[in-house]
Design a protein around this ligand. Structure first.
Ligand code: FAD
Length: 453
């Protein structure tokens, strides 16, 4: 009897990275009955962060991922307190649309969802570069082998950007500057007695506290539950040499009722800039690999989920139509920019310029409410709202004794408005000449400002 070997169905999609973007994408594409292979360099048990992260609530609904329940979810926080670097001013935001989630449990749930939907997730496989054929991306390479014949290849490798940075086209392989990264670190510690203060400010257990502008970044305190305090900091690389771990340790060492031993925690670099180009022939980048993190707060999980859902819809449509060129995948670029990218670009401009202020100037801007409650609400929720010049005139009256700071603020407002407008003009269809002109335009807007500061 002759045996006929069943021919393996060609892979529709190769995804590199089983983090947030990779697993959300794999789940949706496998659910839509495409053959999906994911390659992740780490072991399954080592995935996710050994701490809790704040994630935008809306991103779950958008990405059609059920909200975390039971052990995966910590106490709800719907109220955030912004502190000036000198602690003299508190701004209470009563709208805070984030939930606090155990990242290890959340990551495992996403992997299981992707696997149950039919995606093949391969752990312990490190990808070193993409495989090209002409202008097309057709597969990936490990140190030992080539994995090819995929119809679409997607980079979800987070801050490594392992595929994108090896595609020498447009700004996919852009060398990120030091100032476009933040070093972040957080630790969870047990607190023995109830009362705890930050300088002179008593910390309430149901509130999350953010000190914006300290060490060219931000630091925070949040009781995850009755006894455990999350202490963290993000420091703008290239702006400050201070280590965020040292900021956390200083706080712990200064408090008698905070246990010296950490319960859990860790840190890493976050890419804080506007998105790069996100598509090419047979190729997409999603999540931090496409620089989709909110540039003003370092939150990249929500945007990675949103990016993954948009990418899944566009990829599914392209595969069904058997048309996976950049013209077809461009819809992902356009939809992400409309949903988030143009806000991120304006916030990126805002962040770069505001970081040039020293702590004293920053405290002044908060104290005089030149940076208002509404501004912080927008910055935290990744929304850029166009600040009108009339508003700046009113603010200027409050800042008459700091005319240099006010002039700088005025320049920032103009520059952020300009970049937002420029992003609205990004070509809706892929046209290499028009896109290149647009890209050069956006680069020069950023360069102009960098040279001036
Ligand atoms: C200390 C710290 C605190 C943070 N806190 C928050 C927070 O509170 N809220 C929030 O929203 N965001 C937070 N972030 C940022 C957030 O973690 C990331 O932006 C988010 O995880 C990005 O998702 P992603 O899927 O793009 O990448 P990741 O989740 O990083 O996934 C990338 C995956 O790709 C894999 N990979 C990388 N290279 C390769 C390769 N060569 N071959 C195969 N696999 C590879 C990695 O192992 C990883 O599993 C924090 C980051 C840090 C460092």
């Amino acid at each position: 009897m002759s045996k006929t070997k069943q021919k393996e169905k060609p892979t529709d999609v190769i995804i590199v990275g089983a983090g947030i973007a990779g697993t959300v994408l794999a789940f949706h594409l496998a659910n839509a009955r495409f053959k999906v292979k994911v390659f992740e360099k780490n072991k399954r048990e080592d995935l996710g962060h050994d701490w809790c992260d704040s994630i935008e609530k809306d991103a779950f609904e958008f990405a059609k991922i059920p909200l975390p329940k039971s052990k995966e979810k910590r106490e709800d926080r719907d109220h955030l307190v912004i502190l000036s670097p000198d602690f003299k001013k508190q701004i209470h935001l009563d709208y805070y649309n984030y939930i606090i989630v155990d990242r290890l449990l959340f990551q495992e749930r996403l992997i299981s969802m992707a696997e149950k939907a039919g995606a093949e997730v391969n752990f312990g496989v490190e990808i070193v570069e993409p495989m090209g054929r002409g202008q097309w991306v057709v597969g990936v390479k490990t140190k030992e082998e080539k994995i090819e014949n995929a119809r679409i290849v997607i980079d979800c490798s987070g801050s490594e950007r392992i595929l994108a940075r090896n595609i020498e086209i447009l700004d996919l392989n852009i060398e990120l500057k030091k100032k476009e990264k933040v070093r972040a670190y957080r630790e969870l510690h047990k607190v023995s007695k109830d009362e705890i203060s930050w300088e002179n400010i008593p910390i309430e257990k149901n509130l999350l506290y953010y000190r914006y502008g300290y060490e060219k970044g931000y630091s925070w305190l949040n009781f995850e539950d009755d006894k455990n305090l999350d202490i963290g900091a993000g420091v703008g690389k290239g702006f400050s040499e201070r280590s965020p771990k040292a900021i956390v340790n200083d706080f712990v060492n200064s408090k008698k009722n905070v246990d010296n031993e950490k319960v859990r925690g860790g840190g890493g670099d976050i890419l804080m800039r506007r998105p790069t180009t996100m598509v090419w022939y047979g190729f997409l980048a999603v999540g931090e690999a496409a620089c989709q993190v909110v540039p003003t707060n370092g939150c990249g999980i929500g945007p990675a989920m949103i990016g993954a859902k948009i990418a899944a819809e566009v990829v599914a449509d392209a595969l069904r139509r058997k048309e996976v060129s950049i013209d077809s995948l461009w819809k992902y670029q356009v939809r992400f920019m409309e949903k988030r990218g143009r806000d991120h670009a304006a916030l990126d401009m805002l962040r770069r310029q505001v970081l040039e202020f020293n702590e004293d100037e920053y405290s002044f801007l908060i104290e005089k409410e030149i940076l208002t409650k509404k501004d912080f609400e927008n910055v935290i929720h990744a929304k850029y709202s166009k600040i009108g010049l009339w508003k700046m005139t009113i603010s200027a009256l409050r800042g008459l004794n700091r005319i240099k700071v006010m002039l700088k603020m005025r320049k920032i407002v103009k520059a952020t408005n300009r970049i937002y407008k420029h992003y609205k003009k990004m070509p809706k269809e892929y046209d290499s000449r028009k896109y290149l002109t647009w890209m050069l335009g956006h680069m020069s807007l950023f360069e102009d400002l960098e040279q001036e500061s």
